[in-house]
Each structure stands twice: as structure tokens, then as C-alpha cells.
Design a protein around this ligand. Structure first.
Ligand code: SDX
Length: 393
């Protein structure tokens, strides 16, 4: 075929689509969803309201929001066969692998989700079911890992308190909802909600562009987010901070290691493809970390190590020249840990946060009838050569 192919590995300078959902300014560290700043939303909104805004384009009226919340409550129960699927996983299965499989399993329970031409109402029901069932999937995969009984959704509670109760309540005790924990988790989920065409969202879009179901597309987004360079970084940050702590807290040594090109070690939670300034989400999370830990009466030594690491790195030429700042994953794990989320589930929490963004981007791509994603390449392999029978090789 004729026509020049421009190679752009990692799509560093490629725009893959047009979108009305999220605006990023990497130089100024600006993030907006449908025109509302992330600071405003984190301060005033709730995770479900931001989910509605991302997916449907406007902040909901009272009536729209109560219908949306009612729809979620009607769909929070999962088919009892989910327990059979869960029991099939090895006990050490990573929660991201479990989540990806459970998301895909929804196509079995709701085969109409496979019909790319189904009505708008059916698409909205497909979306509601996913938003409603993910907290149940996540909490059941946690209680399975812990060998504890599964908790059913409690429709007398709002979304975030219900999730916390399903995660942490046990049948033998009264479960107290802690408003500090609820508020902290609301904010964290809002801060993870969408981020334009990042790796996992681009994955959701390209899988959806083949007319694969929303559930299969989201499952692929979970897999992309899992990687330590992307959403897996929040787990890697805590593991890094723990090893610095175990190593006497010598942050300088790790900053030097991160600069050494012969050492594969990177400062996890630092750097970003778009932000060449402080990630506005990291700024909000850092501010909240202090407040939440003191309101919960928790002294977490890794918070001090994180702050020291940030201070040393932001003064170091290597990081300054490359404009490497803390990103959303740098402080988030400290709060997830403070509210009782186990380290191996930090990236699952990122998935819950990002779910409305993935859904909104998938829906926009399908409504815009975007073509199937099929990039080209520059061939660098062997020129033509004749087949050689095995006895002559
Ligand atoms: C997320 O895209 C999104 O929006 C993602 C996200 C979202 O909300 O969806 O924001 C969520 O994934 C945040 C990023 C989480 N990942 C990490 O914290 C892992 C550590 N960070 C790096 O791996 C890296 O910074 C990336 C992956 C985030 C960005 O990679 P790029 O844009 O491909 O940059 P690069 O790897 O080409 O680095 C440029 C230079 C290189 O040095 P030189 O070759 O120029 O000498 O900066 C260096 C890199 O070696 N560098 C780092 C570094 N990050 C970049 N050096 C040490 N430590 C780091 N963390």
C-alpha cells in the first residue's frame, strides 16, 4: 500500500481519538472531567456522582441521581455461581486476575451484552450491572483470600459504605461505618476516575473497537492496569518504601539507584507520560494523607519516608531535568493501607476508581462509531527466502 507510515512507539506523539470526557494539561498539571476541575470534584462530589458525570456528560439532577443510585442497588447482587467461579481460583491468585475473570463472566449471565446493536436502554443496563457488581466481586475475592464468609450487599447503605461493609464486616460482630474512612475512599476513587487516553483506557477502547462486549473490554483494561508501570505502581510504591524502611530509611541511596542506568530499579510512583509538573491528584492525595492518618490516629513511618524521598528527588538534577514528579500512585497506597486495604488489592482499588472512566470512554467510542483499531508497522525482518526441509537444516 502507498502512504507514509509514521512510527511512534508508545504513541508518545499520537492522538488516537477525539473525546469530550477528560482534559489534561501536562505542563500546568491540570485535570478536568467534562469541564469540572479535579480539585472541585474531589472537594464537593462523590464517586457515584462523578461516575454519572463521566458516563452521561452532565452532573445529575436530584431525580436522575436517585434513579441512578436505585438502579445500582437493584443490581448489586451477583449470581450465586460466582462463588463456584471464585472457588476455582488458587488461593494465591492475584486479585487483578480474579477481577478480570469475574468481569468477563458477566457475559455468561447477561448474553445480551454481546449484542453490539442492542438498544440504548440495554447498554445503560449493561453499564449499571457492571458498576453495581464490581464492589461485590472485589469484596468476595477479598473474603475468599482471607478465608472469611462472603457479605451480601446492604441496600440501606450508599455505594462506598456498602463496599467497605462487604469488605470488612464479619457476621459475628457489629460493623461500624467510619465516616473518615468513607470520605477518604470517596476522594481516592474520584481521583482515579478517568485520565484520557492512558494505557488501560486505550486498551478498553481498542478492544471495544472490535465490537467486543463492554465486559470483555473492561476485563482487558484491568489486565493493562495491572502492570507495575501503570496501575500496579501503587502496590510497587509501598513495596519500595517498605524496602527503604527496612534498609534504614536511606532515601539518597535509592535516588542514586534510580538514576543508575545499569540498575533496572526505578522510583515507583515518580514520572508521568503527560504530567511534566506535579500530578494534581498526587497533590490532593498527599494533602489528605496527613489529615486522614492523624484522624485515624495512625502513625505510618513510610509516609515520612515518602515525603523525604520526594524532597530529595525533586532537588536532584536527574529528576528535575526529566521533570519527574510524584504521580497519583506515589501517596495513594499509604491511604489505602490506612483504611485497611491489603497491598495486593491496591491496584484493584485503582480499577474500581477507573471503572467509570473506562465505561465512559468505551461508550463514547461506540457512540462515535469509531473504526476498529488496526495500526500498521515498519517491517524489519528477513527478506524473502525459500523453505528448507527439516532434514537439510
Ligand atoms: C499511572 O498515562 C496515565 O495517565 C497513567 C496514569 C492514569 O491515571 O492512568 O496516570 C496512572 O500509570 C501513573 C504512572 C505510574 N507508574 C510509575 O510510577 C512507574 C515509574 N514511572 C516510570 O516507569 C515512567 O515515568 C512512566 C511509565 C510513568 C512514564 O514513562 P515514559 O513517559 O515512557 O517515560 P520514560 O520511561 O521514557 O522516561 C523518560 C526518562 C528516562 O530517562 P532517559 O532515558 O531520558 O535518561 O525518565 C526516566 C527514564 O529512565 N524515568 C525515570 C522514572 N520515570 C522515568 N527514572 C527513574 N525513576 C522513574 N520513576
Amino acid at each position: 500500500e502507498s502512504g507514509l507510515i509514521t512510527l511512534d512507539k508508545g504513541f508518545k506523539n499520537t492522538g488516537s481519538t477525539t473525546s469530550d470526557i477528560t482534559f489534561l494539561d501536562g505542563e500546568k498539571g491540570i485535570l478536568k472531567h467534562r469541564g469540572y476541575s479535579i480539585e472541585d470534584l474531589a472537594e464537593n462530589s462523590s464517586y457515584l456522582e462523578v461516575a454519572y458525570l463521566l458516563i452521561y456528560g452532565e452532573l445529575p439532577t436530584q431525580e436522575e441521581f436517585s434513579n441512578f443510585k436505585a438502579g445500582i442497588k437493584e443490581n448489586q447482587l451477583v449470581h450465586e455461581e460466582i462463588k463456584t467461579i471464585l472457588s476455582g481460583f488458587p488461593s494465591k491468585a492475584h486479585p487483578m486476575g480474579v477481577l478480570s475473570s469475574l468481569a468477563t463472566s458477566l457475559t455468561a449471565f447477561y448474553p445480551e451484552s454481546l449484542d453490539p446493536n442492542r438498544s440504548k436502554n440495554k447498554v445503560n443496563l449493561t453499564i449499571l450491572r457492571l458498576l453495581a457488581k464490581i464492589p461485590t466481586f472485589v469484596s468476595w475475592s477479598y473474603t475468599k483470600r482471607m478465608g472469611l464468609p462472603h457479605n451480601y450487599p446492604d441496600n440501606s447503605l450508599d455505594y462506598v459504605p456498602n463496599f467497605l461493609k462487604m469488605m470488612f464486616s464479619v457476621p459475628t460482630e457489629q460493623y461500624e461505618i467510619d465516616p473518615v474512612v468513607v470520605d477518604a475512599l470517596q476522594k481516592l476513587l474520584i481521583l482515579h476516575a478517568d485520565h484520557e487516553q492512558n494505557c488501560s483506557t486505550s486498551t478498553v477502547r481498542i478492544v471495544g473497537s472490535s465490537q467486543a462486549s463492554l465486559y470483555a473490554s473492561i476485563a482487558s483494561g484491568v489486565s493493562a492496569l495491572w502492570g507495575p508501570l501503570h496501575g500496579g505502581a501503587n502496590q510497587a510504591v509501598i513495596q519500595m518504601l517498605e524496602s527503604i524502611k527496612a534498609d534504614g530509611g536511606d532515601v539518597n541511596k535509592y535516588v542514586q539507584k534510580a538514576k543508575d542506568k545499569d540498575d533496572p530499579f526505578r522510583l515507583m510512583g515518580f514520572g508521568h507520560r503527560v504530567y511534566k509538573n506535579f500530578d494534581p491528584r498526587a497533590r490532593i492525595i498527599k494533602k489528605n494523607a496527613d489529615e486522614i492518618l492523624s484522624r485515624l490516629g495512625i502513625e505510618d513511618p513510610v509516609l515520612e519516608i515518602a515525603k523525604k524521598l520526594e524532597e530529595v528527588a525533586l532537588k536532584d538534577d536527574y529528576f528535575v531535568e526529566r521533570k519527574l514528579f510524584p504521580n497519583v500512585d506515589f501517596y495513594s497506597g499509604i491511604i489505602f493501607r490506612a483504611i485497611g486495604i491489603p497491598t495486593e488489592m491496591f491496584t484493584v482499588m485503582f480499577s474500581i476508581g477507573r471503572l467509570p472512566g473506562w465505561i465512559a470512554q468505551w461508550k463514547e467510542m461506540r457512540e462515535h462509531k469509531e473504526p476498529i483499531g488496526r495500526p500498521r508497522q515498519i517491517y524489519t525482518g528477513n527478506p524473502e527466502r525459500p523453505y528448507i526441509p527439516i532434514e537439510e537444516r
